[in-house]
Design a protein around this ligand. Structure first.
Ligand SMILES: *[C@@H]1O[C@H](CO)[C@@H](O)[C@H](O)[C@H]1NC(C)=O
Ligand SMILES: *[C@@H]1O[C@H](CO)[C@@H](O)[C@H](O)[C@H]1NC(C)=O
Ligand SMILES: *[C@@H]1O[C@H](CO)[C@@H](O)[C@H](O)[C@H]1NC(C)=O
Ligand SMILES: *[C@@H]1O[C@H](CO)[C@@H](O)[C@H](O)[C@H]1NC(C)=O
Ligand SMILES: *[C@@H]1O[C@H](CO)[C@@H](O)[C@H](O)[C@H]1NC(C)=O
Ligand SMILES: *[C@@H]1O[C@H](CO)[C@@H](O)[C@H](O)[C@H]1NC(C)=O
Length: 372
């Protein structure tokens, strides 16, 4: 039995070594990204100054772990997108609204706060939001359309043949907007199909405009975020699942969203067989971190505890004392923390997720398999 096992392992390993990634050139020469705070590399802070009062994430400790200064990324360091760019030998994807206007190697349209649904629609739903959310998926697609002639000026017909598109994550802000506007989880769940429709329509528009390779990200477990756990705190133990997340949010929003999205991606993939759609996951790795934190080098006692925040255990989240505001502290070891500021993940967690997208098992097919 043992010999057989060894043989199988060796068989699997050898072909991988044979086509080793290092050295061989990736097919991708640029990345075009759409999304929200999970992918924003600086658009919101650019846009907000001077339209909005200074945002907490334009201050340290945002950026402290990797860049040493705030960059507009809502993390202590890099995002999944940064790790992907790096693995493909490309520069970090420049934000569309930033100073760097050379988009030869890619452009990032993602804006923190961006919803999947358009603003006209959301405003019609009587949401009470502060700060207001802007730059929906539709708005980002308009930016893309405007920039497309200059992106394509040199490549001609097969303009996006070597471009990796990344769509999402989208949906998180839509759900948070409803939940934080006093809608019940059940009421919020009614919006899942139109939110997934909007994402799926966005993917189809990219295909129609020439995208050949598109990563579509699912949604993280909304009910496991310290900010959501604080706002929706309940005294009834039955409201929580075995990871300590809000069971109803997980069932009626996160998992429902992801199963619908997976189905829509399958449909699109068979409708457009000449496009490669890569299904990428935030949900499963996040749950794996909660389930077996030590396996990933994360501290088991702080998986639901916001590393940067105030209020103490269990969640260390207080919207009036948010990360980046004066006096708000950072945990001793961000490299062992999963949750950064109540709604976003640490550099360490983003790297773990990116590894799963690049090599598998959290992307199907894994990005590096498509790249080489
Ligand atoms: C734009 O960036 C590309 C690659 O990132 C580089 O080769 C090119 O020289 C740059 N163009 C200008 C005008 O700086
Ligand atoms: C906004 O979204 C709604 C719901 O998805 C859709 O019916 C409507 O056509 C969209 N409006 C605009 C202006 O795109
Ligand atoms: C929004 O509020 C208006 C005025 O109170 C009401 O007529 C409308 O039905 C509400 N729409 C939704 C979707 O709740
Ligand atoms: C939230 O909803 C509850 C129950 O529907 C209602 O009693 C309460 O006034 C609402 N609060 C706000 C701030 O709208
Ligand atoms: C994990 O975090 C807790 C609470 O901050 C701390 O007391 C403990 O020492 C940490 N464990 C390790 C292994 O660092
Ligand atoms: C949250 O922070 C504010 C401002 O520092 C403080 O006044 C309030 O008591 C805190 N709330 C909780 C529940 O700790």
């Amino acid at each position: 039995m043992r010999t057989l096992h060894t043989a199988i392992l060796v068989l699997f390993i050898l072909p991988c070594l044979g086509t080793g990634y290092s050295g061989s050139q990736s097919r991708f020469t640029s990345i075009v990204s759409f999304g929200d705070s999970y992918a924003d590399t600086g658009n919101l802070v650019r846009w907000a100054d001077p339209v909005l009062p200074p945002l907490p994430f334009s201050n340290l400790p945002y950026g402290q772990t990797f860049f040493g200064h705030p960059t507009g990324r809502i993390s202590d360091g890099r995002l999944v997108l940064d790790f992907i760019a790096d693995a493909l030998g490309l520069p970090f994807v420049p934000p569309y609204l930033g100073n760097e206007k050379n988009f030869t190697a890619g452009v990032n349209f993602a804006v923190a706060g961006a919803p999947a649904l358009n603003l006209t629609y959301l405003q019609g739903q009587n949401l009470t939001l502060s700060p207001p959310i802007r730059h929906s998926l539709d708005d980002q697609l308009v930016w893309f359309q405007e920039l497309k002639p200059s992106l394509c000026s040199r490549q001609g017909a097969n303009c996006f043949g070597s471009t990796l598109f990344v769509m999402g994550e989208f949906g998180g802000n839509d759900y948070l907007s409803f939940l934080l506007s006093n809608r019940t989880v059940e009421q919020t769940g009614a919006y899942v199909p139109i939110i997934v429709d909007s994402i799926s329509r966005g993917v189809e528009i990219l295909i129609q405009r020439g995208a050949k390779y598109i990563v579509v990200a699912d949604i993280f477990p909304v009910g496991c975020l310290p900010g959501v756990l604080t706002v929706l705190a309940s005294t009834d133990k039955a409201d929580y699942d075995r990871h300590g997340c809000i069971a109803g949010v997980e069932r009626l929003l996160s998992r429902y969203h992801n199963s619908l999205l997976r189905r829509r991606i399958k449909v699109l993939q068979s409708k457009y067989p000449h496009t490669t759609i890569i299904s990428a996951e935030y949900y499963r790795p996040f749950i794996a971190f909660l389930h077996e934190p030590a396996h990933f080098g994360l501290n088991r006692s702080t998986t639901l505890f916001s590393c940067c925040g105030a209020g103490g255990p269990p969640y260390n989240y207080n919207s009036s004392s948010a990360c980046g505001q004066p006096g708000v502290m950072v945990c001793a070891h961000p490299s062992e923390a999963l949750q950064w500021d109540g709604f976003h993940l640490t550099d360490a967690a983003q790297k773990l997720i990116a590894d799963g997208w690049l090599h598998g098992p959290y992307a199907d097919p894994p990005i590096l398999h498509v790249a080489h």
